[in-house]
Structures are given as structure tokens and as C-alpha cells.
Design a protein around this ligand. Structure first.
Ligand SMILES: *[C@@H]1O[C@H](CO)[C@@H](O)[C@H](O)[C@H]1NC(C)=O
Ligand SMILES: *[C@@H]1O[C@H](CO)[C@@H](O)[C@H](O)[C@H]1NC(C)=O
Ligand SMILES: *[C@@H]1O[C@H](CO)[C@@H](O)[C@H](O)[C@H]1NC(C)=O
Length: 393
């Protein structure tokens, strides 16, 4: 028994390389980290060893980290979206399969608890290196590239799409991702009141400690003060799922010309509570409480779908998507299918070609294209990505 267990742990450890050595921390810093870990990791009701070599704890849904946030002191947890779906109540996967995210169906967290990946000291040290807060918040020694599409208009209540999931090769200092988003801002220049929510996948060793592709969420309420968070590294996102947890590695990824796997995402504002709910693979994952944004994200001024890379200023930018430019073939280029948004009347709308604003900051390295309605399987489709390299800033 023990030998089998050890063998399994070794196999798991092989998949999980740790980046950046956890070198000399003073005793005081070390104690601080221990204190933080104690605050972040809530007492588990049950613990699960994942196939990715990490421990996932099932913790009381009412004791989750989100509720440590000062803005959520008197927050009343919302367990379900306020209205039953009347409109598009069908499963939305296409011919490709959904990638597995989160716990095995036979190993869900018990009722009343949610899965949370246990934070380690290494996680904290990496997070500290990334910024003076946690997460992927923009720091000035890093460059970014984007290739994506947003919808023309000024008031949105939701965005949805099935993201083809790849595992782009990235090094320790690079990040490659794809996500859906809503935001308040009109400008891509950081301004204090620019708030946003992102949900999608990313490969980011500097964040996760491995080269796997992870399901991620992040939110920002003030980009200049670095108030915001990625996943569960700090409080904010309220998780309700017993299966899917933010930060989970994505088990199945697509390959060029091979089988394709997708992540279906739907970010919608609840009309009653104004909380922004997130569904993945047609299941509720949880929500971003309205109070995080001081009611300034009562509606979104921007909504869209994008690829995004980050890199250190002295290095190249990594591949985005499948690593090739959009070529119209969903087996080649990274795609987003079944694209919808919720308009100012909260109706689900399929985007029209002339409503779409395509952006790419260096078309030699990355591009995005909207193909409109392709077929009944994929419906409305965009493709994005490219090889990257030395693309300027
Ligand atoms: C860590 O400390 C040891 C001895 O105190 C020193 O030899 C070593 O160079 C240090 N390593 C780093 C990465 O600072
Ligand atoms: C996304 O989820 C919301 C909330 O459940 C639902 O009203 C909406 O119809 C969904 N969007 C699509 C396109 O299925
Ligand atoms: C997806 O990944 C899971 C976990 O690694 C594996 O059990 C499953 O067979 C994979 N699915 C497909 C279709 O490859």
C-alpha cells in the first residue's frame, strides 16, 4: 500500500516542477509567511491529493477566504443565480470535448464545502515576486501583448464563449493566456477607476509553479493601487462549486491538427444582486461580489474575448493560442466558439460582424479574426494567436 502511494506521489511530483528556488529568507520573513499561510489555508473538512501533485482542501463554504475581505464583512453568500435560465438552457459544448477542470466526479467535496488548492510557501514567494500585491497585475518591468475582439457598445451584462485550450510553451518569466472579460474602463492605459474581471486559461509558471495550463480568474478594482487578485491567492472571488476550483490545472489540452478540448465560460451579472456569476463547463463556479467594485461595475462598458501574453522587457514574448496566426481552420488556430453577449436589455445576443472591434498590437506576432457564423456546431467563431518572439512592446 505504502509503496504504491509513494510511487503515485513520485509520478505526480514529476509533473510538477517548481520554478525559482526558495532561497534565503530571513527568520522573520519566514515567520510572516507562516502566519499568512495560516490565514489563507482554512481548516479542511477533507483533503484530496490531485493527479497534478497538489493538495486540494474541502473547506466550509462560509469560511472561504473571500469573506476575509474588508468589503465583504457583512456579505450574505449567494448560493444560486437569482433567476432560472429561461433562454439558452442547453449544454453548449461543440464537437470537441470539454476539458476536465477540477475534481473527479467520484471525488467531489462534501455538500456545504468547496475545493480550494492548498497554498504553499512557494506559492506565496512566487506571488510576492510578481507584484506588491498578488497575481498578474501589471508591473512596469513587464510587457504585454493582446490579440482579441470586443463588442462595440457601452452597456453589457455578460459575455460567453467556448475557449479552445492549449498549453503554449512558456518559460519562468512568461505568461500566455486566453480569457473572456468585462470592464468599466474606456482606456487601455491604467487609470484608477479601471475595474475588470477576467476568466479563462493561462500558462504562467511564475504564478502557478508549473508549466501546465490552469483555469484562472482575476479581478481588479484599482489597477494603480494594485487592488485585485488572481484565483484564491487573496480574498475576493466567492466559490460555490463542489467540483471546479479556480486555479485548477486543465487536464486535457488541444494539439495542432489533433483532438480539440474546450473550456466553456459564461460571465453574467445577476440582475438582483449585481454579483458577476461565472459558469465553466455549464456549471456554476461562483461569483465576483458587486461590493468588491463599490457598485462601479453595475454594468460593463467593455466586454470581449482575448489572447494575452506577458514577458520580461528584456526577453521575447511567448506563443499565444496554438502558436499560429488565425488561418480559418479550428484544428490549427486557437478558436473561441459559441460567442454570445448580454446586451443592455440583458438579452443573449450573437455578435454581428460589424459590431466587432478586432485588435492586435503587432500583427506579425499575433492576430485575431472574427469569422461570424461558421456552422451549427461552432456557431460564431473567432480565432487568435501567433508565434510571438521579439515583438516590441
Ligand atoms: C544563501 O545563503 C548562503 C549562506 O548563508 C549563501 O552561501 C548563498 O549564496 C545564499 N543564496 C542565495 C541565493 O542568496
Ligand atoms: C449565461 O448564463 C446566464 C445566467 O445563467 C444565462 O442567463 C445566459 O442565458 C447564459 N448565456 C448563454 C449564451 O447561454
Ligand atoms: C482528460 O484528462 C483526464 C485526466 O487526466 C483523463 O482521465 C481523460 O482520459 C482525458 N480525456 C480525454 C478525452 O483524453
Amino acid at each position: 500500500m505504502i509503496i504504491i502511494l509513494l510511487f503515485c506521489l513520485c509520478l505526480a511530483a514529476k509533473n510538477y516542477e517548481v520554478y525559482g528556488s526558495m532561497s534565503n529568507f530571513s527568520k522573520i520573513e519566514d515567520l510572516e509567511l507562516e502566519e499568512q499561510l495560516k490565514a489563507i489555508n482554512k481548516p479542511p473538512v477533507k483533503s484530496i491529493q490531485t493527479e497534478f501533485g497538489r493538495i486540494v482542501d474541502c473547506i466550509d463554504i462560509n469560511k472561504q477566504l473571500a469573506f476575509d475581505h474588508p468589503l465583504l464583512k457583512n456579505h450574505k453568500i449567494q448560493l444560486k443565480f437569482s433567476f432560472q435560465d429561461t433562454q439558452t438552457n442547453t449544454k453548449s459544448h461543440d464537437r470537441s470535448g470539454y476539458s476536465k477542470i477540477g475534481l473527479d466526479d467520484k471525488d467531489l467535496c462534501p455538500k456545504g464545502t468547496i475545493p480550494v488548492q492548498r497554498t504553499t510557501k512557494d506559492d506565496l514567494i512566487r506571488a510576492k515576486r510578481l507584484s506588491n500585491n498578488f497575481g498578474t497585475l501589471t508591473k512596469f518591468d513587464r510587457g504585454s501583448h493582446f490579440a482579441g475582439i470586443r463588442i462595440r457598445g457601452r452597456i453589457f451584462f455578460g459575455v460567453k464563449g467556448n475557449l479552445d485550450v492549449y498549453n503554449p510553451p512558456v518559460d519562468d518569466h512568461q505568461m500566455s493566456s486566453a480569457y473572456i472579460y468585462v470592464s468599466t474602463g474606456e482606456s487601455s492605459i491604467p487609470v484608477p477607476n479601471h475595474m475588470f474581471i477576467h476568466a479563462g486559461w493561462q500558462a504562467y509558471p511564475g504564478m502557478s509553479g508549473d508549466k501546465l495550463t490552469h483555469f484562472f480568474v482575476e479581478w481588479v478594482r484599482n489597477i494603480i493601487q494594485h487592488t485585485g487578485c488572481t484565483n484564491m491567492l487573496c480574498s475576493g472571488f466567492v466559490q460555490t462549486s463542489q467540483k471546479i476550483y479556480v486555479g485548477a490545472p486543465v487536464a486535457n489540452v488541444s494539439s495542432y491538427g489533433g483532438p480539440q478540448f474546450t473550456m466553456s465560460l459564461n460571465l453574467t451579472q445577476d440582475p438582483a444582486t449585481k454579483n458577476w456569476w461565472l459558469k465553466a463547463q455549464d456549471m456554476d463556479v461562483g461569483y465576483f461580489p458587486a461590493s468588491l467594485f463599490s457598485n462601479k461595475l453595475d454594468f460593463a462598458m467593455k466586454a470581449g474575448w482575448t489572447g494575452h501574453t506577458q514577458f520580461f522587457l528584456d526577453g521575447p514574448s511567448p506563443p499565444m493560442g496554438s502558436g499560429i496566426l488565425p488561418d480559418g481552420n479550428p484544428l490549427h488556430s486557437c478558436y473561441i466558439s459559441k460567442m454570445y453577449f448580454k446586451d443592455r436589455f440583458r438579452n443573449d445576443r450573437a455578435p454581428l460582424k460589424d459590431q466587432m472591434l478586432v485588435y492586435a498590437d503587432n500583427r506579425r506576432c499575433y492576430d485575431a479574426k472574427y469569422y461570424g457564423f461558421v456552422d451549427n456546431n461552432l456557431e460564431r467563431v473567432m480565432m487568435f494567436g501567433g508565434p510571438g518572439g521579439n515583438c516590441g512592446l
